[in-house]
Write a new protein. Structure first.
Length: 161
């Protein structure tokens, strides 16, 4: 399996994944995403992350669910405003339970620390705090850390004077 992991990190293989994610066949897209979720791609390209993020808009729930799972597996490397915004849309969607749960887990895995969260646009952080499953999305960050992020000590001291 270790050899398979190193082959999966090869740019040629990643390019094949990207091409397959553009297939018209739902089963192909779902299967490729399922495969990618099982691999440890140490340095996913922006193009791969973008292709996976596009799959979040797929009409098929299995493709959506697998895309959410992959982004969660990629974790911090997928911590962009665009990725998180699209995952929030899936979390708040009413269409299907499974993609919403996997999107929640994906956000939670991506936002593995306060340092990752501080790199995001404050509007995105606010959207996460207001989404349906905010506590699960923010499972790796304490309430105190979020308060410190949104209300710096200088503001709190100013309110007391």
């Amino acid at each position: 399996m270790q050899r398979a992991q190193s082959v999966a990190c090869d740019q040629t293989i990643i390019n094949i994944f990207i091409d397959l994610l553009q297939s018209n066949d739902i089963k192909t897209r779902a299967a490729v995403l399922s495969l990618i979720s099982q691999l440890e791609i140490s340095n996913p390209s922006i193009t791969l992350i973008t292709s996976i993020t596009i799959a979040l808009d797929d009409e098929n729930w299995e493709v959506n669910t697998n895309a959410c799972q992959v982004l969660g597996e990629i974790s911090e490397k997928a911590a962009t405003n665009e990725v998180i915004s699209k995952l929030i849309v899936v979390v708040n969607g009413d269409d299907n339970y499974f993609p919403s749960c996997f999107a929640t887990e994906g956000i939670g895995n991506i936002l593995s620390s306060l340092s990752v969260i501080t790199q995001l646009d404050p509007k995105i952080i606010s959207d996460i705090c207001l989404c349906k499953r905010a506590s699960d999305c923010l499972k790796n960050v304490s309430t105190e850390q979020l308060i410190d992020l949104f209300l710096p000590l200088e503001i709190l001291i100013g309110c007391q004077q």
